[in-house]
Design a protein around this ligand. Structure first.
Ligand code: ASP
Length: 323
């Protein structure tokens, strides 16, 4: 008999609708507990409510709690797969955090829901079922942490939430999903070309994320100068460019020896140093920023938080982000 570790952390998948007001909120009894019998044929589900948070409340400390539980399961050696239910707002951040920090011999799959379990057309139970099937699939090992939503399997590194309410919200820009769950069948069509793992026991750094815009100046960079930050990620314009008026503030931050990582605010494609005009990618690179090709701003922030625990120099940081 196979064993699945099912960790609930909160989010819409574990909330119910107040029939009087229509408000969606956590209920006393976890609604999914009523459904685990659906999956128990030849399967033992070890179900734990390790957190009960709407995902905007989730912090890196909570991500560490989940990571530690998975590591304990790996040491115990009795689990064939782990499924984590999570609010969808920050699901991709927790998924990528786990992708970078746990290296289990069993598949780790995150899922959630866009509609609470008692809403018409709720996606929670089928997402959970698909996530369990994926975690049980032999093919799901060695593919990094996976996100299963709306019958698609995505890699944690690139998946993102793209719609506020639609059930088809999780997408992987540029690269697409790596597999699908079609009826009962789990099928993979792609895998990542490399995987990376870093040991972490704590997250002690503060990394901020800024989004660029036409006419951006140094105001936000200046505002960060006297703040206690250890790193900055910027979602730059296009392939990785910034307006010239940002440069005075950016230079002052770089002088503080803070790693500044450049991603793109564009939905598809990768950040690269292409343009040599003032504020263009080549110019930014000369100033000492680090490019993170392929990562979104929020993923690059998670990676920088983890890399800052590794005590690397700027050349090593550059190299690791370039991968
Ligand atoms: N706001 C909710 C959360 O992230 C949304 C969801 O779970 O779908 O907790």
């Amino acid at each position: 008999m196979k064993r699945i570790l099912l960790l609930h952390t909160g989010g819409t998948i574990s909330m119910s609708t107040d029939q009087r007001t229509g408000a969606v909120k956590p209920s006393g009894e976890h609604p999914l507990h009523k459904y685990s019998h659906l999956f128990e044929e030849n399967l033992q589900i070890i179900e734990e409510d390790i957190l009960q948070l709407p995902s905007p409340h989730v912090t890196p400390a909570d991500m560490l709690t989940i990571q530690k539980r998975l590591e304990r399961a790996e040491q115990d050696g009795q689990i064939d797969g782990a499924v984590i239910t999570h609010g969808t707002d920050t699901l991709e951040e927790t998924a990528y955090f786990l992708d970078l920090t746990v290296n289990t011999s069993f598949p780790v799959v995150l899922t959630g829901a866009m509609r609470p379990v008692d809403e018409l057309g709720s996606d929670g139970i089928s997402n959970l079922q698909n996530a369990i099937w994926t975690a049980l699939s032999n093919e799901a090992t060695d593919k990094g942490v996976l996100v299963v939503m709306n019958e698609e399997i995505h890699s944690a590194r690139y998946v993102t939430k793209t719609h506020t309410t639609n059930v088809a919200t999780f997408r992987t820009p540029t690269f697409g999903p790596i597999g699908i769950v079609s009826k009962h069948e789990v099928r993979f069509f792609q895998k990542l070309v490399f995987y990376e793992h870093y040991p972490v026991n704590q997250i002690s750094s503060n990394v901020c994320l800024l989004k660029s815009y036409a006419g951006m100046d140094s105001t936000l960079f200046e505002a960060l100068l006297d703040k206690d930050i250890d790193g900055l990620v910027i979602e730059a314009l296009g392939a990785g460019n910034l307006p010239p008026a940002t440069l005075p503030g950016l230079k002052k931050l770089l002088k503080r020896d803070i790693p500044v990582v450049i991603t793109s605010r564009a939905f598809n494609g990768i950040a690269q140093d292409i343009y040599a005009y003032t504020g263009g990618g080549k110019h930014l690179k000369e100033l000492g920023v680090i490019f993170a090709p392929g990562l979104s701003g929020i993923k690059a922030r998670i990676k920088l938080l983890i890399l800052l625990e590794q005590k690397l120099d700027s050349e090593q940081l550059n190299m690791i982000f370039r991968q």
